[in-house]
Design a binder for this molecule. Structure first.
Ligand code: GLC
Ligand code: GLC
Length: 803
């Protein structure tokens, strides 16, 4: 069943009831100020870093789930209600939530009063705007009491939820007219503050949460709201908040709008105070002035919509597949932006306090993002490479605020370095900008250690080539892409992290998956350096590729499929010889798309993957699932069968197989797999799938799980980028390349063709693919051999491919 519908023209998903199986969320903000917003208006805001600059408080493991966030109460006589259902929980006469690109709209109606609340983060501004419009559709004059409120987080989200002996003493606010300033720790080492404000005189306010709520009450029924008053409380320690109260008379038919602003400001050290102990509010005043009227709000919304229309206009498709079109044109690209911005840091499942920006994750996210804003991709590549070590290995993560490698997680994930090659090559193919390779880039962020970025790539490749095990395959280290295949860990300490445990490095455990990566990205690196005139280097890299390819073809092949790895005792993993975990998906995808063993191995491997791993939602990670804990395999065997890395459909790796089908020219195979978990295609099963039908989730429980088909961990997953690569470059076959745009679709029989527009290096390619007798490529009226559309002078280039 469904809980809403796609409005393709508006680029919105419209949710028609508040009780979705889980909170269905959206992201506001693009660069500095970010908010998460659920379909009941929950969520939280932060500036750049979800751990260190958390602006509003959120309780992940709260019951009821998703309380807090943006707290609006409309009091009309005895009724108290919220336009997005929460926090008041009063049943509404009508409800809709429209999640759009960078904004969300809530439409609630009760007793003839219609409320429309639109939330967005304007382009380039560090604030969230909330425009509340109230319409009296009844015959009676109304006098509404309206509250808008937020609860402050004391900046560091981890400290905020742990260090109460200190935190209950430090909360401070300032009150100025209709604006509440949150300035905890501003007196000492912080130079940032937040504010919440409304563009109308308030009848009262509260800044002390417990005064506002009263004893024994939650957000659904604060004492102040129940009494329709404010206590004008001034927080001093405990939990500071900002609650603003408006008294709003509304004649029949009358409509009024109010603009609430949640802002974040940083002051230079020397401009912190306007008087001793008093915040210098000049920047806040400027921000408030910039967004003080509904007209200014409407302009911000139009600007946001225009921004997205332009961005998404760079890649559009029109085909007979409505669902494919809506994924490609809107939602998949949108999720690529979100994953680029957030990596795995902040969602409703990622707490924003731990994982920061992952090296492998961010490199892969970039593959689906680079065509949108190449300049930001370029900056990101340099940031990522800067946490690499001189030997080519790398920190696994960094915090976005300081961009320094995270020592708690450390290094040793041996797939990491090669992803840097993957994303840098993708960036150059998209932009033609080889100068990025000259960019001075430090190791471990150390000043003075800068070398050209190319040297980082070189060391990445060398790292894999020189860290090999007994079978000549790359050593796996702590783990490769599959974080939970921990072959050097042997953990028996409860709660110990499998990724950072101390019992480490047999020097033997090897990864067939990294072999697949090396064959693919080693070749890409060799092509890159031969374009730079470094033919000898290209040759020696290709020699290493040949060796590793041979090792994968022999030691990595099990007869019907690719093996996964060798453990610390040199025993195969993902082989018929094993009692469980006989076949894994990752090497089937990556080794086949890397071309290892040619068509013969490829077809066998994919047939085996489908036979053993296939379910209604895609391909499971492995089969049979592990039923017991095995210390020589690590975390993978810690999960109950069918969940996470132990046999769910781990959506991230499915598109590798889609691409592998494309490498074998199997359009039906590719499309069939693509549609099994593309969100728009499974919208009808939302009560089973449960997460948002407009974005990918990390996992969908496998057949062995009790809740087969249930997705978890929506939004922040490499699935977004890889699915976009699979559908745009694999199925639709539009591939940026160094010397032009390749058009090499791999369509299912059910599709006759499509038209697409792709902006590439400033030229708009208008592409038509159709079936017909006379095959071949025609560019601006001229037949062109092969599948490469040479770089055009522009501004428009017409491409027709007959297949
Ligand atoms: C998580 C991690 C990612 C890893 C994957 C598989 O999504 O963020 O880095 O590759 O799990 O274990
Ligand atoms: C757990 C998860 C895995 C994730 C890792 C990150 O192992 O199962 O998906 O990548 O944590 O540390």
């Amino acid at each position: 069943m469904r809980y809403g519908y796609f409005d393709d023209a508006a680029r919105e998903y419209v949710i028609t009831r508040p009780d979705t199986p889980l909170p269905w969320i959206n992201y506001l903000g693009n660069e500095g100020f970010f908010s998460l917003i659920s379909n009941t208006c929950g969520g939280y805001a932060f500036y750049r870093d979800a751990k260190l600059r958390r602006i509003t408080r959120f309780r992940y493991n709260n019951v009821p789930h998703d309380e807090g966030g943006r707290l609006f109460y409309i009091c009309d006589g005895d009724a108290t209600w919220s336009p997005a259902f929460l926090p008041a929980k009063t049943p509404l006469d009508s409800y809709r939530c429209r999640h759009g690109l960078g904004y969300s709209v809530f439409e609630g109606e009760k007793q003839g009063v219609q409320a429309e609340l639109t939330c967005l983060v304007p382009m380039g501004a560090s604030c969230e705007l909330q425009k509340l419009t109230l319409r009296n559709g009844s015959q009676d004059a109304k006098r509404l009491t309206v509250y808008g409120a937020v609860e402050w987080c004391l900046w560091n989200a981890v400290d905020d939820s742990t260090n109460y002996q200190r935190n209950w003493n430090i909360g401070e606010v300032e009150i100025e007219g209709s604006t509440i300033y949150h300035k905890t720790e501003y007196r000492e080492r912080r130079n940032h503050y937040a504010f919440y404000s409304v563009n109308a005189p308030v009848a009262g306010f509260d800044t002390d949460r417990d005064t506002f709520l009263g004893r024994f009450r939650g957000w659904s029924e604060p004492q102040a709201v129940a009494q329709r008053i404010s206590y004008n409380s001034k927080a001093s320690g405990w939990a500071p908040m900002a609650a603003l109260r408006l008294e709003i008379p509304l004649a029949p038919g009358e409509e009024k709008s109010f603009l609430f602003r949640l802002g974040y400001v940083e002051n230079p050290e020397e401009e912190k105070f306007s008087a001793p102990g008093v915040i210098n509010k000049a920047r806040a005043h400027a921000l408030l002035a910039a967004y003080d009227t509904c007209a200014q709000f409407d302009a911000a919304l139009s600007e946001l919509k225009a921004y997205w229309a332009k961005l998404l206009g760079q890649f559009t498709v029109k085909s007979s597949e409505e669902k494919l079109d809506r994924m490609v044109n809107v939602w998949n690209q949108y999720q690529c932006m979100v994953t680029f911005n957030m990596s795995r840091s902040a969602s409703y499942y990622e707490s924003g306090t731990g994982r920061g920006m992952g090296f492998r994750d961010s490199c892969q996210d970039l593959l689906g993002f680079v065509h949108l804003i190449p300049q930001r991709a370029r900056e990101r590549i340099i940031d990522i490479a800067s946490i690499q070590f001189p030997d080519g290995s790398t920190y696994h993560q960094y915090q976005p605020l300081d961009k320094r490698g995270n020592a708690d997680v450390g290094s040793g994930f041996n797939d990491d370095p090669l992803w840097l090659v993957a994303c840098t090559c993708a960036y150059i193919r998209e932009t033609g900008d080889f100068t990025i390779l000259d960019e001075p880039t430090p190791f471990n962020n150390e000043k003075g250690s800068e070398v050209p970025l190319l040297e980082h790539l070189r060391r990445s490749v060398n790292y894999t080539a020189t860290h090999r095990g007994p079978h000549g395959l790359p050593l796996i280290g702590r783990a490769d892409w599959n974080d939970c295949l921990n072959l050097n860990c042997f953990s028996h300490t409860p709660g110990e992290s499998f990724q950072t445990c101390s019992n480490f490095e047999s020097g033997k455990a090897e990864s067939v998956f990294i072999a697949g990566m090396f064959v693919k990205y080693g070749k890409e690196y060799a092509e890159l350096v031969s374009r730079l005139g470094l033919g000898d280097e290209a040759k020696s890299v290709l020699a290493a590729v040949d060796e590793i390819e041979a090792a994968a073809r022999t030691a990595g092949w099990d007869g019907e499929w690719f093996r996964r790895a060798y453990d610390a005792f040199e025993r195969p993993v993902g082989s018929r010889q094993n009692d469980e975990g006989q076949i894994f998906i990752e090497p089937q995808g990556f080794c086949v798309l890397a071309g290892i063993g040619g068509r013969a191995y490829g077809q066998k491997a994919l047939a085996s993957a489908e036979k053993y791993l296939g379910n209604d939602f895609g391909l499971e990670v492995l089969h049979p699932c592990y039923t017991t804990y095995r210390d020589y395999l690590g975390e993978i065997s810690s999960y109950p069968p069918g969940y996470k890395e132990n046999g769910s459909v781990f959506c991230h790796n499915n598109p590798w197989v889609t691409l592998a089908y494309c490498a074998l020219d199997d359009g039906n195979g590719a499309f069939d797999l693509y549609t099994r978990n593309a969100p728009a295609y499974i919208e009808d099963r939302s009560e089973i799938h449960r997460t948002e039908p407009y974005c990918y989730s990390q996992t969908i429980a496998g057949r062995d799980a009790q809740n087969y088909g249930e997705a978890k961990n929506s939004w922040l997953t490499g699935t977004a980028a890889w699915s976009f690569v699979a559908v745009s470059q694999g199925i639709l076959g539009i591939r940026p390349d160094y010397d032009g745009l390749r058009v090499h679709p791999c369509l299912p029989d059910a599709m006759d063709g499509f038209t697409a527009c792709r902006t590439f290096r400033g030229v708009r390619y208008e592409i038509t693919v159709r079936r017909g007798e006379t095959k071949g490529l025609v560019v601006d009226g001229k037949a062109v051999p092969g599948d490469l559309v040479p770089l055009a002078a522009g501004p428009v280039c017409a491409v027709t491919l007959t297949i």
